[in-house]
Design a protein around this ligand. Sequence first.
Ligand SMILES: Nc1ncnc2c1ncn2[C@@H]1O[C@H](COP(=O)(O)OP(=O)(O)OP(=O)(O)O)[C@@H](O)[C@H]1O
Ligand SMILES: [Mg+2]
Length: 239
Amino acid sequence: MNSIMTCQGICKSYGSGEMTELVLKRVDLEFFQGQASVLIGPSGSGKTTLLSILGCLLAPSEGQLLIDNQPVNFSDKSSLTEVRRQKLGFIFQHAQLLPFLTIEDNLAIIGRNAGMTDDDIQQRLDNLLARLELKAMRYKFPAQLSGGQRQRVAIARALLHRPSIVLADEPTAALDWHTGKTVVELLLEQARLEQAVLVVVTHDTRMLPLFDRILSIADGILTEQQQTAAVDNIFYTQP
Ligand SMILES: Nc1ncnc2c1ncn2[C@@H]1O[C@H](COP(=O)(O)OP(=O)(O)OP(=O)(O)O)[C@@H](O)[C@H]1O
Ligand SMILES: [Mg+2]
């Protein structure tokens, strides 16, 4: 399996002096092609902080992030933008689509930013809109869609430029259980089809059995849980 992304001794602290808060304490992790991980932990444990570092949106205080075996240079803004546009796809709690653009244009803009040709963008749009059952939504505006439909567009947008890494921060928090589960299943299915690394933050432990790996943060320490133990735990906590 190809290693796509590696964290080497990543630490993150906020504030300074006596007010310093050490949120991540030496995170070492490797992500392989096609692997889907879920990231869990109590509120304030550093999930969004870690995801922001993986997404090249936030610099670690110490340690290194490697993408495709290349260290990410967090002090070079233009190379960071390039890495984000070419290699990363994001999904947030609320779809964050541009309200004044149609669904098609919301997606096409990502392809253009990544330097795809118009033909490639059109083919990719046709393919993803069909796969995510969004063909009828193509010329609509985000406000005309339901929450679940908007999150399906967010999946298409995250995958459009064929990123090798897809990161999702609580993508189902604004959805009911059934819609949320469908969205996560679709996200997993599509990311696996594209052989992308997928990392999803969720508070919903019912989602855990869907993933290949379970990563858990508490007190700044990241640990990996065994799937079977985690599933037993779900049955224990949710009889
Ligand atoms: N920009 C910031 N400046 C200072 N402190 C911050 C900043 N962002 C996050 N923190 C602190 O870092 C800690 C981790 O925050 P983070 O948002 O990563 O947690 P989280 O696990 O995503 O929580 P939640 O489940 O509530 O979304 C919290 O104590 C938070 O107050
Ligand atoms: Mg968060």
